[in-house]
Design a protein. Structure first.
Length: 270
């Protein structure tokens, strides 16, 4: 049974945009069925930033792919804005751990790929792409190729590509895992700013407990495989957040509480 910290008294929570009800996933393998996720029940609210943390192999990425419609559920139902997910949804943008930018296309051409594939109006798409590039601080790098950019800049371009078709939901699967610690902190600040400006509903998969607390409205903690919900915690820190807040007693207490789940299981991701 998942615990949940309480939010502000008398404050109505935003409506749920994503509803996950009894969702489980089992993979078929030659040696027999492998259960990845036990039945999960939770909501993601409109405009919310929700992070999912848990041990390696607990099904975090599987959960993201189920919500994205990239994998079918074995049991249960996922609804987005009242519509059952039964395949890839047009209102979703996805950012993966690797930027997966095409090496032979410039930053602008990579961002525009979504517009081309979805056959959306080019002129308005180009205008939106340029605005996004400016918003993430890549103005002046539109005609650079991915290999000419730093890792953080590549991920910013990847975020632009995920947002260019104006999805309501942004799904992020460990997007900063391959970056060094200092670049990752800068990208956390950048993602906070982008989220505040774009006001998308964000689901972030991460192994980093500090990252999940710094960015999120709520943190969903998962158990070892087969993954289940151990707890869901509200993050009451004010926004916009600064890196200095990571040294606050409130931040440290919540980090220790979340970390305690992994110690109790005998595992801890770094």
């Amino acid at each position: 049974m998942a615990e949940s910290a309480t939010g502000g008294a008398g404050v109505a929570a935003p409506a749920a945009l994503i509803r996950v009800r009894g969702v489980a996933k089992t993979y078929r393998a030659a040696e027999g069925d492998v259960q990845s996720l036990l039945p999960l029940d939770f909501d993601i609210r409109q405009g919310e930033f929700l992070s999912v943390v848990g041990p390696s192999g607990c099904g975090k990425s599987t959960l993201l792919k189920l919500i994205a419609g990239l994998l079918p559920v074995s049991h249960g139902v996922i609804d987005i804005a009242g519509q059952q997910v039964d395949g890839p949804a047009p209102g979703i943008g996805i950012v993966f751990q690797n930027h997966v930018l095409l090496a032979w296309r410039t930053v602008l051409q990579n961002v525009m790929l979504q517009i081309e594939v979805r056959k959306l109006p080019r002129e308005s798409g180009l205008e939106h792409a340029r605005k996004l590039i400016d918003m993430v601080g890549l103005n002046g790098f539109e005609n650079k190729f991915p290999w000419q950019l730093s890792g953080g800049m590549q991920q910013r371009a990847s975020i632009c590509r995920a947002l260019v078709h104006d999805p309501a939901i942004l799904l992020m699967d460990e997007p900063f895992g391959a970056l060094d610690a200092m670049t990752r902190e800068k990208m956390n600040l950048e993602l906070q700013r982008i989220w505040a400006a774009a006001r998308k509903t964000v689901l972030l998969i991460t192994h980093s407990i500090p990252e999940s607390i710094f960015l999120s409205d709520r943190v969903l903690v998962m158990t070892e495989r087969p993954g289940a919900i151990a707890a869901i915690y509200d993050v009451a820190l004010p926004r916009p957040r600064t890196l200095a807040m990571m040294g606050s007693p409130e931040f440290a207490r919540l980090a220790q509480t979340i970390r305690g789940h992994f110690y109790s299981q005998g595992t801890l991701d770094h």
